[in-house]
Design a protein around this ligand. Structure first.
Ligand code: SF4
Ligand code: SF4
Length: 446
């Protein structure tokens, strides 16, 4: 058998711990109240369109994208707007949330919430892109970048490949795996639609080889679609990072500081392909998503289909409650996710998982001196020298940090994971990136 493809440099193999891999998607009950953040995407905040005591239906537009990079927000439930409140979200910042008291189950007219599959799509690329914008579709792998922007292809650029990220290389997470098994045809129609929107000649879907059932099912259903190729990939973290996935599937290298379009690629997550299908073919805005709720000590790790705005605490109660041994709760996976300090935070468009880490897993060891083993260098998928970047940040040598490409760091955490001295490499690099980024922005303004 031919050796499976993967990216060229670096990478690690953390324990997979995908406890919910064989679990079917369970529809989570609609909560009594939802807390819908006005902004849950990368880019400018959306403008609020509702006020206290307004009645809304499922799919009512709550907040509108006014800026170029922004996304619409729709109501995930029917009911009454109780208040607009400032609530600390998973990012740790206070943000405006629309609190809706749920009443009934009324949908806006024209949304098809049936399970009937619609394959035929005769819309133009521009019409598809407009629908992605209108329905508030964002990248569902966690980045939450508004999807329609990716399909506004700059003049003079051609797209050879639409790359679909179905890698799910983060340990513990299984929501993409679950949708590939249960929503296979809808996903492939979504990919076909996005391929048309991008003008790509071919779609390549990268799936790591630890999801053999999903690979087999996607390959079988893809036979009835033209120019969609399902590519099994070797298991290696962080293969789901954009540049690494492009390298693995096409051997093309995105240059430093450039976007995938520079090498003729557009990348979207497999969950985004499903949301795009629902938006374009069923007129359905992005109001729900599959969330993996899991952990080593969790009684019943699950893949739950959850309405946006549902408090994380309710998901935790549903899978057996917060284990006594919990040290940390993470939104997302253990490598790139963020710790949440408050279990009342709501599920947003970018919540791929809720991970309850045990005390042993979350305990950080005391950092020791660097022993110059270069392990951090050997695993860095961006070819950086993390030990050096840490030292440059520590001594506030911002210019040198920039010269040593600190801004190329994709914050995958591989260096910190592998370091035998348990040095806090990524923590330092994040601080350095924020500082160097600010210097670059102020230089551009001059
Ligand atoms: S892995 Fe840790 S100990 Fe080894 S060179 Fe990098 S920072 Fe130093
Ligand atoms: S976190 Fe940054 S520096 Fe560390 S391995 Fe990943 S890309 Fe390299």
């Amino acid at each position: 058998m031919a050796r499976l493809k993967t990216f060229r440099i670096g990478g690690i193999h953390p324990e997979e711990n995908k406890f919910s891999a064989a679990k079917p998607i369970e529809v989570f009950p609609i909560p009594e109240k939802v807390y819908v953040p006005v902004t849950q995407h990368l880019g400018a905040p959306s403008s609020l369109l509702v006020k206290r005591n307004d009645t809304v239906k499922i799919g009512t537009l709550l907040a509108k994208a006014d800026a170029f990079i922004s996304a619409n927000v729709h109501s995930p439930v029917s009911g009454t707007v109780e208040k607009i409140d400032e609530i600390i979200d998973a990012s740790g910042y206070r943000k405006a949330n629309i609190v809706i008291k749920v009443e009934g189950n009324e949908w806006e007219d024209g949304i098809d919430n049936s399970s009937a599959i619609i394959k035929e799509c005769n819309l133009s690329a521009k019409e598809i892109t407009d629908i992605l914008k209108e329905k508030g579709i964002v990248g569902m792998g966690g980045a939450t970048f508004p999807s329609h922007i990716k399909y506004m292809i700059p003049e003079g650029k051609d797209v050879d490949y639409l790359i679909i990220n179905a890698v799910e290389c983060e340990p513990y997470l299984t929501s993409d795996h679950a949708i590939m098994l249960e929503k296979t045809e809808e996903i492939l129609i979504g990919i076909d639609i996005l391929k048309k929107a991008s003008g790509a000649k071919k779609a390549l879907v990268g799936i790591e080889n630890n999801k053999l059932d999903a690979i087999a099912k996607m390959q079988e259903v893809a036979k009835s679609f033209k120019d969609i190729e399902i590519q099994p990939l070797r298991v290696k973290y962080p293969q789901g990072a954009e540049k690494q996935l492009i390298r693995a599937l096409t051997k093309r290298e995105v240059p430093s500081g450039k976007l995938p379009i520079e090498v003729g690629c557009v990348v979207n997550n497999v969950g985004t392909a499903l949301a795009s299908y629902e938006a374009v073919q069923k007129n359905k805005p992005l109001i729900e998503r599959v969330v993996t709720v899991t952990g080593k000590a969790v009684k019943n790790p699950s893949n739950l289909l959850v309405r946006i705005g549902t408090p994380v605490k309710e998901l935790i109660d549903h899978v057996g409650g917060l284990p006594e041994d919990t040290g940390k709760v993470i939104s997302g996976g253990p490598m790139m996710g963020k710790a949440i300090s408050n279990l009342d935070v709501p599920v947003t468009k970018g919540t791929s998982g809720v991970l309850m880490m045990t005390k042993a897993e979350s305990k950080r060891k005391k950092p020791l001196n660097c022993i110059r083993c270069a392990k951090c260098v050997s695993v860095c998928p961006m070819g950086l020298e993390p030990y050096l970047l840490q030292q440059l940040v520590d001594s506030e040598r911002w210019e040198d940090a920039e010269l040593n490409r600190i801004m190329d760091c994709i914050e995958c955490g591989s260096c910190q994971f592998i370091c035998p001295s348990k040095r806090e490499l990524l923590d330092y690099i994040r601080v350095g990136k924020a500082r160097v980024g600010a210097i670059i922005r102020s230089r551009a303004k001059r």
